[in-house]
Design a protein around this ligand. Structure first.
Ligand SMILES: [Zn+2]
Ligand SMILES: [Zn+2]
Length: 356
């Protein structure tokens, strides 16, 4: 096979299918065949034109791929395990250059070149920089972890970004508060991954207004789902930790009300920075309640390794239902993801063809 297919999201909300040559990978990189790519909430957001700069790009960043070509030199994953053609892997959607000021400080999740290979148009070489495609060009600076033999791609695809990101949230919870009670706002894969990776003895309440999402949360043994939260007053609140895993700016106001004095808000789901993404709250409440606000953006290598390990065991994350669509049906798939009909909507490039 010498060519592959990408699906490009355009500024007007249109999707354009393009065919491109499969170029040899750069040294330290690899050409992957996409086995399964999930649709993350941020993909839907960009598709809807909500991103200020992305107007022609190949979306898709939560996926599992199989190596079909390397540069011929030895290649290892983040654990140091050798990788070769035929192996499956998951990788960060961002790069870690290892040499910028942030990487030098060990804050690799804030690498200054994190997005240098992300959100590109397929017209730009090497064409395959998003996972809503038949193939993907892995950059040498993307952290990769080999998928254990026998792990279904349905599970592996959740490792990046949902599960690794959820584990980064768990990591950010103050040690004195880890056993809760905790409230997670948003029962999407990110919120559920936080519950799955968090303290087993903590009481986890998961708040989401979408009934189908609450039904998934109810399958988690340590979680209780809520369709609404009771008013806590200006300076009240009962939760030691409130995790904002939803994307609406109003979620922060809810978190500020629900967290108890001395507690912690962990910000993760709200990522939009448009002038309209504002919300009204009383800053003095933050001061008077003595609340810690911690923001989590991207994650570190250990979180991706831990995500694969978590998914290898008997985790409730296996309960997240997936809906499979062929790459040709991406319009329907994105619409289904927007309607929150399933836990995760997946694009499977070879669904109709029985193998690439
Ligand atoms: Zn994502
Ligand atoms: Zn860096």
């Amino acid at each position: 096979m010498t060519t592959g297919v990408t699906v490009n999201a355009l500024a007007d909300g249109g999707l354009e299918r393009r065919e491109h040559a499969l170029l040899p990978p750069r040294p330290g990189g690899a050409l992957l065949a996409v086995e399964r790519a999930n649709i993350c909430g941020s993909d839907v957001h960009v598709w809807r034109g909500g991103h200020p700069t992305l107007h022609d790009c190949v979306l898709g960043h939560e996926f599992v791929g199989r190596i079909v070509r390397t540069d011929g030199s030895p290649m290892v994953d983040a654990r140091g395990e050798p990788l070769s053609e035929g192996d499956r892997l998951v990788c960060t959607y961002f790069r870690v250059c290892g040499s910028c000021a942030m990487c030098a400080l060990g804050r690799t999740h804030l690498c200054e070149r994190a997005y240098d290979s992300w959100g590109h148009s397929s017209l730009r070489r090497p064409h395959f920089r998003g996972a809503f495609a038949s193939h993907y060009q892995l950059h040498p600076e993307q952290i990769r972890v080999k998928v254990p033999a026998g792990m279904p791609s349905e599970l592996a695809a959740l490792a990046n970004c949902a599960v690794a990101q959820g584990l980064a949230v768990v990591d950010a919870i103050r040690p004195d508060l880890v056993d809760g009670p905790c409230l997670v706002i948003g029962a999407g894969a990110l919120g559920l991954a936080t519950v799955a990776g968090g303290s087993a003895v903590a009481a986890w309440d998961v708040y989401d207004r979408v009934p189908s999402r609450r039904r998934i949360a109810e399958r988690f043994p340590n979680a209780r789902s809520l369709g609404e939260v009771s008013s806590a007053g200006t300076l009240g609140g009962v939760y030691d930790v409130v995790v904002v895993a939803a994307g609406s700016p109003e979620s922060f106001v809810t978190a500020l009300e629900q967290v108890r004095p001395g507690g912690q808000i962990v910000m993760m789901g709200i990522i939009n920075t448009r002038p309209t993404d504002t919300v009204s709250f009383i800053p003095g409440v933050l001061t008077r309640k003595g609340v810690t606000v911690t923001s989590v953006i991207r994650y570190q290598q250990r979180h991706l390794i831990a995500a694969v390990d978590l998914l290898s065991g008997p985790t409730p994350l296996r309960e997240i239902p997936l809906a499979d669509y062929a790459l040709d049906d991406i319009d329907d798939a994105l619409a289904a993801a927007e309607r929150h009909e399933s836990g995760r909507v997946s694009l499977v490039p070879d669904l109709d063809r029985g193998g690439l």
